[in-house]
Design a protein around this ligand. Structure first.
Ligand SMILES: *Cc1c(COP(=O)(O)O)cnc(C)c1O
Length: 392
């Protein structure tokens, strides 16, 4: 029996979002306006931040964050290799250098002890880095106490890539209320979506204002005010900015998603718990750890294959699951083994052995709120039976 292919990810959008979009279209105001402002207000309350700027993507948010803190050509910025293209490419936009630091083997988040050693070493050589960009891998907050201490000691700004980490908490504080600027993603696969979209939040009003201005061509007044009765035709270009604003169409979707946030997260938790129970006693897999002092956003459910218990590698395992109609993914192919970073900075795979070692064993399983109980059981059955067939 050939069953329908189960995609790795499906966004949880429905008639509420469709209705909200239709209403924006009827209003005649499609681009950045009242809905975008409303989305910023609601979002910043949820993460306990003073300022929020709605943007076209998390990549745009990360770029504007580095611009706001004054990253320049030749600067160094510390980050994790276990991340998506965005985190390091935005450093390259300035002609600055991404300096990778290996991850903790259990959470795959940047290792703050190694961050400390590398920052110390660079500072001693007069090459002090300007910023650190932790990535909250899979939705598990990075060790922010250790990271903030290193940052303070060496004068680094902390720009968080929280693309996976809404909503998440570290020692009772929401991700968004910890570092200098925190960047979220509303890409179609993320915990909440606006189709494409992102948000930068900060406690610093100057940085917030700079990001807002630079998100719209460096123009000092919002374009939407120019075309409403409150505005005039007059505007000033204060810097060569970018075009990174969020439309009201996207923001209207985002506002509906926020209303569903609690129920979406409850469903993610139920699915993750079912996986935990099903895989816990088996020798084939290792799940990434969850520290007691965090609230995990449960963006990804990642298993690592145990090579001693299996006669099949990661790539083969992914193929077997595909044959059984289960879509999976791998987060991430570490940045340092991609041709660009390898060639531009001369990295070898073993320069970051934890990231590279994990990469060879990890698989991300489907985890999204619209999965039915039978879908969850189908994944569990496919994973455990495949492991059983290839047991060593
Ligand atoms: C998805 C993702 C991004 C990019 O988000 P966009 O909104 O698509 O720009 C950045 N970092 C990580 C870790 C991601 O997973």
């Amino acid at each position: 029996m050939k069953r329908k292919f189960m995609p790795f990810s499906v966004p949880s959008v429905g008639k509420e979002e469709a209705k909200a979009v239709a209403s924006v279209i009827r209003s005649g105001w499609l681009t950045t306006g009242g809905k975008a402002r409303e989305f910023e207000e609601e979002f910043k309350k949820l993460v306990g931040a003073k300022h929020a700027v709605a943007l076209s993507s998390c990549t745009a948010a990360l770029h504007l964050a580095l611009e706001a803190i004054g990253i320049r050509e030749g600067d160094r910025v510390m980050t994790s290799p276990m991340t998506f293209a965005s985190t390091a490419e935005v450093i390259r936009y300035f002609g600055a250098e991404p300096v990778f630091v290996d991850v903790e083997p259990d959470t795959l988040n940047i290792d703050h002890e190694k961050l400390k050693r590398k920052t110390e070493e660079l500072s001693a050589r007069g090459l002090a880095p300007k910023a650190v960009m932790p990535v909250h891998y899979a939705g598990h907050p990075a060790e922010m106490d250790g990271i903030m201490q290193v940052a303070e000691k060496y004068g680094m700004r902390v720009i968080e890539d929280a693309a996976h980490a809404f909503p998440a908490k570290y020692r009772g504080r929401a991700v968004g209320a910890i570092g200098d600027i925190t960047c979220f993603s509303f890409y179609a696969t993320k915990n909440i979506t606006t189709g494409e979209g992102g948000m930068a939040v900060t406690g610093n009003p100057q940085w917030a204002e700079r990001m807002r201005v630079m998100s719209l061509h460096g123009i000092s007044k919002d374009a939407w005010r120019r075309y409403s009765s409150e505005g005039t035709w007059r505007y000033e270009i204060t810097a060569p900015g970018y075009k990174y604003n969020m439309t009201d169409i996207s923001a209207a979707i985002g506002l509906e998603q926020l209303k569903k946030l609690d129920s979406l997260q409850i469903r993610r938790r139920e699915i993750a718990d079912s996986y935990d129970r099903a895989f816990a006693g088996l020798p084939f897999f290792k799940k990434t750890a969850v520290r007691r002092h965090v609230e995990h956003a449960l963006h990804l459910y990642v298993i690592a294959l145990n090579p001693e218990a299996l006669r099949i590698g990661r790539d083969g395992f992914v193929e077997e699951l595909k044959k059984l109609g289960i879509g999976t993914s791998v987060h991430f192919i570490p940045l340092h083994i991609h041709p660009y970073y390898k060639e531009a900075f001369g990295y070898g795979p073993e320069d970051f052995p934890e990231a590279f070692g994990a990469y060879k064993r990890i698989i991300s399983l489907p985890l999204y709120p619209s999965m039915k109980e039978e879908d969850v059981w189908r994944v569990i059955k496919a994973v455990t039976e495949t492991a059983g067939r290839f047991s060593a």
